[in-house]
Ligand binder design. Structure first.
Ligand SMILES: [Fe+2]
Length: 487
């Protein structure tokens, strides 16, 4: 059967885009940006600031947020807190504003942390949604009820365009607010959050819980309207034996819901979702991951479930970066590199996003999988099958930037800066606050930007066009298969 005109166009688009993108992705020399910004002080916004405003009305729902609720994007989990009493545990929703034809009933929980007693935390699964559809939803009762909306993603499809934002180590300072506002000015449709949420663990006693609440109200302006895909960082561990709190992730586990069972995970801290043309794998840097542990076994099976014909873009989220040329947290990701890097390379992962280091860094495609302690060859080498590693732990929390300052605590003093000279694997790095956006255009290419917070303006600073790792390899064979399927 002759190839149709539409198919010829598709063929042309794929070949030309891959050709152009190849030039772009490998075209830049390594850069350490010398930009120095005049940052706001790294202090948290006061609790009485409007950024943390409590909604009016008795027991009004607050800290409203959504996340994906299933494997493929036809469900959301809506979470909120009622401060005084459990109240209504129902979500009303529908496809028209003010017309809520459907209802879903959630669960409610609460917890104590030292002498702090949390509000009533609601999690409600809303499923059987239609793809690519705007839904309006209402929570709460009477005068205290509140209304929001969200847009479901397109059906899982290899050419579905979709834009993700990537934010990490956000906290609740004026720099955090700048990052959040700048992200909301972008066309991002879903946030991939790479851990370290509220930094409430920088406080003591009852203030820990209060700062979780203020952070929940802070992010609501975005998170109530689009999913935030969560991964946990070290600031979520909250191991605080001096006040009797020794259950790791206690606040996080009560407050943050994930659809982990939909990806056959046994733990909410590691899971996967598929959204539009992307398969997103969330890992936990602070849970066991060595050979035979549940996370290791789950990841081995999840990589088998990845179908690049349906979701060409394969993205991994974690907190502690595997490749990091900053003295801050240097080598902390090495144990996870030893456990998983060969899988990332053999699975042709497109991107590994991480946080933890309060600066921005992007790597070239490199790997170190030939190093086995005894080989003696310990340096990473260029590897076209390897992911690009991107650290975006620069959301703006109270600990400040990892780039040009001394960081001193009562027991330690470090000089925190980028290592000099810049390692060969490091393509671009800068110690500023900001966020990233990943605009997936089709199965072959995506536009990527890191956007610096520049004193009130959003400045695209590191921009790269990436080709897809799956479609870039064995292109002729894959095109043949694609055209056969289309005929
Ligand atoms: Fe961290």
């Amino acid at each position: 059967m002759p190839v149709s005109f539409r198919k010829q166009i598709s063929l042309f688009q794929i070949i030309s885009s891959v050709t152009i993108i190849f030039r772009v992705e490998y075209g830049s020399a390594k850069i350490t940006s010398s930009f120095v910004r005049s940052e706001w002080p790294s202090v948290d916004i006061p609790l009485d600031n409007e950024a943390f405003a409590i909604p009016e009305g008795h027991n009004a729902p607050q800290q409203v947020r959504i996340t994906q609720g299933d494997y493929d994007g036809k469900a959301v989990i809506i979470s909120w807190v009622t401060p005084d009493e459990p109240g209504f545990n129902t979500v009303q929703y529908g496809k028209s504003d003010k017309k809520f034809d459907f209802t879903a009933v959630g669960t409610v929980t609460n917890y104590n942390f030292y002498k702090y007693k949390s509000g009533y935390i609601h999690h409600c699964l809303v499923d059987d949604l239609e793809y690519d559809t705007k839904y309006y939803y209402k929570i709460g009762d009477g005068d205290s009820s509140r209304e929001f909306w969200f847009q479901t993603p397109p059906k899982v499809d290899p050419d579905a365009p979709y834009t993700f934002g990537i934010i990490g180590d956000l906290g609740q300072t004026y720099n955090s607010l700048s990052t959040l506002k700048h992200y909301m000015q972008s066309v991002g449709q879903t946030v991939l959050f790479v851990g370290d949420l509220s930094y409430a663990d920088r406080y003591q006693y009852n203030d820990v819980g209060l700062r979780w609440d203020s952070w929940g109200r802070f992010i609501e302006q975005s998170a109530a309207y689009q999913p935030w895909i969560w991964s946990a960082g070290n600031h979520e561990i909250e191991y605080m034996p001096y006040m009797g709190e020794v259950l790791p992730f206690k606040s996080y586990l009560h407050r943050i819901a994930t659809p982990y069972m939909a990806s056959k995970s046994s733990n909410t801290l590691w899971y996967a979702v598929r959204r539009a043309s992307a398969h997103i794998i969330v890992l936990s840097s602070y849970s066991p991951f060595v050979k035979y542990t549940p996370q290791w076994q789950w990841l081995r099976e999840e990589f088998k479930r990845v179908d690049r014909e349906k979701t060409p873009w394969l993205i991994v989220l974690m907190h502690s970066p595997i490749y990091n040329s900053n003295s801050a947290h240097c080598m902390e990701g090495e144990s996870m590199r030893a456990a998983f890097e060969s899988w990332f390379v053999h699975s042709r992962v497109d991107f590994v996003f991480a946080g933890h280091v309060h600066a921005y860094e992007r790597s070239y495609r490199i790997s170190n999988i030939h190093y086995n302690v005894s080989s003696g060859d310990r340096y990473p080498v260029p590897d076209k099958s390897a992911p690009v590693y991107i650290t975006v732990g620069d959301g703006g929390n109270q600990e400040g930037l990892a780039g040009k300052n001394y960081w001193v605590s009562s027991y330690l003093q470090f000089i925190i800066r980028f290592l000099d000279p810049q390692p060969e694997y490091s393509a671009f790095r800068e110690a500023s606050y900001g966020h990233s956006t990943l605009e997936i255009k089709n199965r072959t290419h995506a536009f990527y930007h890191w956007n610096r917070n520049d004193d009130g303006k959003k400045v695209p600073t590191d921009s790269v066009v990436f080709r897809n790792q799956y479609w870039a390899s064995n292109l002729r064979r894959r095109l043949k298969k694609y055209l056969k399927a289309e005929s």
